[in-house]
Design a protein around this ligand. Sequence first.
Ligand code: NAD
Length: 268
Amino acid sequence: MTSRLAGKVAVVTGAGSSGPGVGTGKAISVVLAREGASVLLVDKVPERAEETLALVKQAGGEGRVFEADISRSGDCEAMVDAAVADYGGVDILVNNAAVTRHVSVLETSEELYEAILGVNLRGAFMACKFAIPALVARGGGSIVNIGSIASIRDSGSTHPAYAASKAALLGLTVDLAGAYGPANVRVNAVLPGIIATPMAEQVGASRGGAPGAPTVPNLLRRQGTAWDVANAVLFLCSDEASYLTGVTLPVDGGAVVAMASAPLLRPG
Ligand SMILES: NC(=O)c1ccc[n+]([C@@H]2O[C@H](COP(=O)([O-])OP(=O)(O)OC[C@H]3O[C@@H](n4cnc5c(N)ncnc54)[C@H](O)[C@@H]3O)[C@@H](O)[C@H]2O)c1
């Protein structure tokens, strides 16, 4: 364990993984804890966050599981209250929890739209609303919103409610960066490319790709890992990034730059 985040308290939403393997919330939690942060591991499914807690403990870190459905604003408030009660404050908020469904706009019911936006956008919004006073009370802090390159480019997948929610997250990032910069609260966004999580493997398999092969062309010719995303989040939360706010950082192996032919990957 090193100490880039010694004495800091982090809240990570979606700290588990929805399938076997390492999703980004899991990797982010482990990396922040490894650097000395105490991490509140928030997940709607606590068993998933318990798996992350075991990895945090293995790494010699400190963490606690907190069950919350971030689509409920009361849960967002309770999550921040728990971090303050357990650890004395909040320095870092990572809005990572998200849901998606690969269906077209015509197949997206109003209920499904509300469900996706309710987690990905309203959840992150409410988490910020309740966490910001705690960050300000500590003299500043860092919020990292996990977006997606799907919010700025056609990745060849069809998930309009998800893409819209992730695009709106960028507007939220910029607005909060402006409003709370004077209070030394930095607000940035990380845009993962195609990351080798169980969910992404399913997308690749549906396109006939070999396991582990990049489902979207990128300049580095490999799929990203959750650890690639976690290391970018760590940087943005650390003092090394103390002059960065309102930034949108793709972690995508250069996929955004290389993506001109992506629509051709769409079946049919
Ligand atoms: N995997 C990729 O290729 C990829 C690409 C771009 C962006 N991302 C983003 O990275 C983040 C994590 O993706 P992942 O693939 O690791 O996901 P994942 O599905 O493996 O993990 C998400 C976790 O969030 C939890 N969760 C879902 N809804 C919740 C809610 N309402 N309240 C609290 N917790 C909730 C789930 O239980 C799960 O443990 C998301 O923001 C996703 O949009 C992923």
